[in-house]
Design a protein around this ligand. Structure first.
Ligand SMILES: C[S@@+](CC[C@H](N)C(=O)[O-])C[C@H]1O[C@@H](n2cnc3c(N)ncnc32)[C@H](O)[C@@H]1O
Length: 243
């Protein structure tokens, strides 16, 4: 079975329980909510912006974008069914062949997708559907992070059989540059977002006190240079060039 089909089947199976990641009082859901806040601060959408969320999953970002002009796309039918609960418009489609006309959106966003599937074609498609002069915002898991290095170590020790992380694809800043076409100018590469190499373990720790303690630690570390290595993601802002 090819990689894409395997990913599709995985997410179809995973869809019914995917929103557990956002169940309250877990460190994982806290981290995910901080992730949404961080992305929104960078994107800063306006009410009339036409927004596309690529690989939208169960739709955790969709509800934070202006509802009337936002559309989510995911190739897992079960994820799309979950995301329909947000009341935002959805399309079931492949990010490598986005079912939209050229230059259709003011903001094209994608979180998590590049971590499961490495594809330059996806970036090309996101750029194609973006208005010239407007931006795409894409997250990439960072190789040089606690999560990245732990996952790579486990993969190496188990000869590729065991990956403790949800992610499979890791990137350095140099890797990211090679994914981008010439008509896209990178404006910012930010390090954001805590992720855990052992997410399943952290999901079990349901406690308000623990979340509060973690939130305190996170706010303290946020301003320290060492935090960079606990931030497992890059968020890249890149602008489609005007011809
Ligand atoms: C890690 S999840 C991220 C979901 C969501 N963006 C979030 O942040 O919670 C990756 C999502 O990408 C979707 N996906 C993977 N490959 C895709 C492709 N080629 N086309 C469209 N969606 C894809 C999966 O079905 C899954 O919902």
């Amino acid at each position: 079975m090819n990689m894409k089909k395997r990913i599709g089947e995985y997410y179809n199976r995973r869809a019914a329980t995917y929103s557990e990641l956002d169940a309250p009082n877990t460190i994982v859901s806290y981290v995910r909510s901080v992730g949404i806040r961080d992305h929104l601060e960078v994107i800063n959408p306006e009410q009339d912006d036409k927004i596309l969320d690529v690989g939208c999953g169960s739709g955790r970002f969709l509800t934070h974008f202006p509802k009337a002009n936002t559309i989510g796309v995911d190739f897992s039918l079960n994820m799309v069914k979950e995301a329909k609960k947000t009341g935002v418009a959805l399309v079931c489609g492949d990010a490598e062949h986005l079912p939209f006309k050229d230059n259709s959106f003011d903001i094209v966003h994608s979180a998590g997708l590049m971590g499961v599937f490495r594809s330059k074609k996806i970036i090309d498609e996101m750029v194609r559907v973006t208005h010239p002069g407007k931006c795409i915002y894409v997250s990439f898991p960072a190789t040089l992070s606690v999560s990245g290095l732990t996952a790579l170590l486990f993969l190496k020790l188990s000869r590729g059989k065991y990956n403790p992380s949800l992610f499979d694809c890791w990137y350095t800043e140099k890797d990211i540059a090679t994914q981008f076409p010439r008509n896209l100018g990178v404006e910012e590469i930010m390090r954001l977002g805590w992720e855990f190499p052992f997410q399943r373990f952290f999901l079990r720790l349901k406690s308000r006190k623990l979340v509060r303690a973690f939130a305190f630690l996170e706010k303290y570390l946020r301003n320290k240079p060492i935090l960079k290595f606990f931030c497992a993601r890059f968020l890249v802002k890149a602008r489609k060039k005007q011809r």
